[in-house]
Design a protein around this ligand. Structure first.
Ligand code: GAP
Length: 512
């Protein structure tokens, strides 16, 4: 546990120290669970968004993108069910006066049991060495099976109680499990109550005529209300998708774990409109496609797992999370939801407008079903950044901190160094920068010894460093150093762009 916490602290401090993420309005002591992306963070975030956008919109001829406004007509949220049902079950500890999400308290309890399973696995791994078969062990060891059964039973009961809105049973479960407040250590709990997560604001100048608005809690509704506009103007035929990346806002009660759970965050969502009855086929297809998309980034196959939901949102008939192994354990990274025709039907009802598709083959109109993929951009940033941050001990015993961000996502692709600050080397280096900057984010650095400059770029995740020396002036060659292997190669200046382009080719990455 202590190691996990240390790793996570390091992630947060590295993100700040190297200009990736700052606490919001820090000069006023910050704002809880709100963060600003700094000069390097904004590049990484933009590159992640683009990697998603290209995979969704550019590679699928039947998916188009939109950018809907954050403000929407307030009836949108009545129709979508968010006014009535977008809430979290909260519980207060009477001694510490701290407020918690009841489901998170229970999930944290289960995570502790899961750690016991991990411990058993580690012990057995040591005992059996190479002969150890993890899968078999997990499926047969009585102690592990006992723990797993307990987790399943707890989560099942919680899911059912939440679905039935039986909040008294959620409290009873917390009491039966003996869950204590992490601050006061007491079991003195209030009843569990629902709390709406939408932020309200007002449109208009005077109090009497102003309209109550909400900041959108998901980007999806901007897609639903534009369904007919896009379908007609884009001449889209079912099945087709509409993708969108943009800000969403939630008044999260338990906002914690850095950018994992924020009050203002960014979602990348795609609503895929399908013929009723085919939704399960598409749901499974999108589950697989999204998992493959994540895996293409090369963070490690074992970092992902599916979690199929017992408790379904008010709009879904099937739902799964792609979970990622964050420094604090496996947590939701992306949701894939079969949303039925709930949203389009509700908007039809509340707006009085038809949101249907005319099928020329059968000469019938129908309200399409929807399969949604929804990933948090900030969460994805955290997944990539925390996995990429590594401390390495080198062959000579020295250490380095390196950010092994997939090169296609790296904020800066090339750093150019003149070996010395004289003899015309800086001028020549600046010529190279001036040429490369049209195609790549390029940094120039002439300060300190070249070894220190390499370390600085390693910590920023720059995949290539180009160094000029006196030979460069004679034959127009440089050394190019690879961040991950630290190998240096002598190449012609004219070859740099091709080497970098090869390493950051979208086609290569996405087809991995
Ligand atoms: N339209 C469906 C929807 O919004 P969700 O599971 O509530 O579903 C989708 O959210 C994704 O958005 C999550 O998997 C997560 O990555 C991200 N997300 C949700 N709440 C977040 C928060 N408070 N901070 C950061 N990311 C969040």
């Amino acid at each position: 546990m202590a190691k996990q916490e240390d790793t996570f602290k390091k992630v947060i401090s590295h993100a700040k120290e190297y200009g990736f993420i700052f606490p919001s309005s820090e000069i006023y002591d910050g704002l809880s669970a709100v963060y600003d992306y700094a000069q390097n963070g904004v590049e990484l975030k933009k590159n992640i968004r683009e990697y998603w956008w290209k995979a969704m919109v550019q590679l699928h001829e039947n998916i188009v993108g939109i950018d809907a406004a954050i403000f929407m007509h307030p009836t949108t949220w009545k129709a979508s069910g968010h006014v009535d049902a977008f809430s979290d079950p909260l519980i207060d500890n009477k001694d510490s006066k701290k407020r918690y999400r009841a489901d998170v308290l229970i999930e944290d309890y289960c995570a502790k049991i899961e750690k016991k399973i991990d411990k058993e696995v580690k012990k057995a791994e040591k005992r059996f060495g190479d002969a150890f078969n993890k899968e078999e062990f997990l499926n047969t060891n009585p102690r592990v099976l006992g723990y797993q059964e307990k987790i399943n039973a707890i989560l099942k009961r919680m899911g059912q109680s939440l679905e039935k809105e039986d909040l008294a049973d959620v409290k009873a479960l917390i009491e039966e499990l003996g869950i204590v407040c992490p601050v006061s250590g007491s079991k003195n709990w209030t009843d569990v109550k629902q709390f709406n997560l939408m932020f309200g604001t007002k449109l208009g100048a005077d109090a009497a005529s102003s309209t109550e608005l909400y900041l959108r809690p998901e980007t999806a509704q901007g897609i639903f209300v534009n369904f007919a506009n896009v379908q007609k103007t884009g001449r889209m035929k079912i099945p087709f998708g509409i993708a969108q990346a943009g800000k969403a806002f939630r008044n999260e009660i338990v906002a914690r774990q850095f950018i994992f759970r924020m009050r203002e965050f960014e979602q990348m969502e795609m609503q895929f409109f399908v013929k009723p009855g085919t939704e399960m086929e598409w749901y499974n297809k999108w589950k697989e496609e999204r998992l493959n998309w994540h895996k293409s980034l090369g963070l490690g196959e074992d970092k992902y797992r599916f979690h199929d939901h017992d408790k379904l949102a008010h709009y879904a008939n099937a739902a799964a999370d792609i979970e990622f192994k964050f420094p604090f354990g496996f947590k939701e990274l992306e949701g894939i939801h079969s949303r039925t025709d709930f949203d389009l039907k509700a908007h039809e009802e509340f707006s009085g407008k038809k949101l249907q598709f005319f099928d020329h083959e059968t000469n019938t109109n129908y309200v399409p079903y929807v399969v949604e993929t929804s990933v948090g951009l900030d969460r994805l940033f955290l997944a990539i950044f925390s996995t990429a941050l590594q401390d390495e001990t080198l062959e000579d015993g020295s250490t380095r901190t390196v950010l092994k961000i997939p090169s296609i996502l790296a904020p800066t692709k090339i750093a150019v160094f003149p070996l010395l600050k004289k003899d015309g080397l800086p001028e020549k280096a600046k010529e190279i920068v001036a040429d490369l900057k049209y195609d790549f984010m390029v940094a120039y650095d002439e300060k300190d010894a070249v070894g220190r400059r390499y370390r600085r770029q390693d910590a920023l995740g720059t995949p290539f460093c180009v160094t000029l020396d006196h030979q460069t002036l004679e034959d127009n060659t440089v050394t190019i150093r690879n961040r991950d292997t630290m190998q240096q190669e002598r190449v012609a200046i004219s070859e740099i762009a091709a080497i970098v382009n090869e390493a950051i080719s979208f086609k290569k990455w996405i087809n991995k």
